[in-house]
Design a protein around this ligand. Sequence first.
Ligand SMILES: Cc1cn([C@H]2C[C@H](O)[C@@H](COP(=O)(O)OP(=O)(O)O[C@H]3O[C@H](C)C(=O)[C@H](O)[C@H]3O)O2)c(=O)[nH]c1=O
Length: 183
Amino acid sequence: MEVRPLGLHGVLELLPRKFGDDRGFFSETYNAERMAEAGITLQFVQDNHSLSAARGVLRGLHFQLPPRAQDKLVRVVKGSILDVVVDIRKSSPTFRKWISLEIAAKKWNQILIPKGFAHGFVTLEENTEIVYKVTDFYSPEHDRSLRFDDPSIGIEWPFESAAMQLSDKDRNAPHLDGVDLFP
Ligand SMILES: Cc1cn([C@H]2C[C@H](O)[C@@H](COP(=O)(O)OP(=O)(O)O[C@H]3O[C@H](C)C(=O)[C@H](O)[C@H]3O)O2)c(=O)[nH]c1=O
């Protein structure tokens, strides 16, 4: 498995091996030993799967607060997304900084997002499906949303705001200065 550091410390792009033949392909999409060899010893407890029917569906920015914060390992099994990660740790030298990465079934890449980061994505194709592992269970009481177009973060999305489809929760999420964050 290839591991590529991205522009925020601890956020990694992972590329598992894919064995193709005339039947199709086989890939170990998660292997704890391969992860440990890369210094990643997270214990995932829940798998999630979402389908977004349209191109331009934006989900996020979401995170769970401590003590129920989640590390996430995200991949796309159909279609493609522009994945966005924001550092929301007030004491971090990269607080408010964001990075984006295209994750696509065709690229077979994944992104590892540690606790302390808000996560969101916008779909680049219709009928995009993402599957992801998390290191703590869903806790509505600790689930938080952050405004995707907060000017104090300045995320450059590939579509105009009005052209993207969001849940009411996400469309009306608070800005950074109105959300409980990580210390
Ligand atoms: C996250 C989650 C949600 N749900 C229920 C709660 C709602 O009734 C329904 C849809 O939830 P939500 O609108 O928060 O789903 P997304 O907008 O896809 O949110 C996710 O997408 C962003 C990008 C993330 O990084 C998070 O993992 C997650 O927040 O599923 C559950 O039952 N378990 C869960 O773990």
